[in-house]
Design a protein around this ligand. Sequence first.
Ligand SMILES: Nc1ncnc2c1ncn2[C@@H]1O[C@H](COP(=O)(O)OP(=O)(O)OP(=O)(O)O)[C@@H](O)[C@H]1O
Length: 286
Amino acid sequence: MLMKIEVNNLSKKYGDKYALNNVSFTLEKNKIYGLLGRNGAGKTTFMDILSGQTMATSGDIKLDGESPFDKQKLTESICLVKESNNFPKEITIKNVLKIFSFFYPHWDQDFAEQLLGEFNLSKKLKVKTLSKGMESALGITVGLASRAPITIFDEPYIGMDAPSRKRFYDFLLEDYQENPRTFIFSTHLIDEVSLMFEEVLILREGTLALQEDSEILREKTVAVTGPTAKVDAYLQGKEVIERKDLAGNSMAYTYGTKEEAVSAGLQVEGVPIQELMIHLTERKGA
Ligand SMILES: Nc1ncnc2c1ncn2[C@@H]1O[C@H](COP(=O)(O)OP(=O)(O)OP(=O)(O)O)[C@@H](O)[C@H]1O
């Protein structure tokens, strides 16, 4: 499955406010992308434009170099699962599956039924009778079973408890190994899922603050701990992301390599992507 996504100078204005402001980036095929940012950063707006739910004010998105792509191709290629209201309320789960199987050429009915079983969902139930967590599980089932070349999850786990979310991540990763495709995942539960991301995009007030390979992100940033004097010496001339001091010891997040920090006699760990996100989205105007 291929599907390179090129975003060119994309803007979306609501009234006189930009939800997205001249954003450009490229998503190569078959990766798991984390789309992060604070409330109102423009994540949902981007995912809505990509999936054809909303029109851009200016700029465009090309799929495999094609723009505009026709409606049929768009529907077949992209499955968007939002945090709620993905399905008509009056129909049964069985019919939800039927509708989605009709739209998506790579739909896997056995996989859909397996996932329903894993989430304890009976096909006879109507959407309106589902709890929030059950409705989310249905969204996840449909998103994964669609096997769409681009599958977008916009905070898809509302109401799901931690063990169910964990199973969702496991199913996603397992299925991704067997059927590589592009996932774009928007979440506020960053620590919980960041290990799953291969690349991270951070939006800040409608602009792109960061696009980086997760592994590089993990390797370029360090959390160092040690006696305050040693930490201070190490941090000389470095940009400090965050620091905490306690009883003669200090912990700091900064840019650097593990080797360098180890040779400075400090304890080293990686920086959680969550911390980086908070840092990057707070810097503006600070
Ligand atoms: N239909 C709309 N009408 C007017 N303004 C809107 C509309 N949809 C979004 N916005 C505005 O656009 C900005 C971006 O919203 P968006 O929903 O894309 O953010 P988000 O990053 O998904 O936020 P969250 O994490 O809270 O879901 C916000 O300022 C929001 O108020």
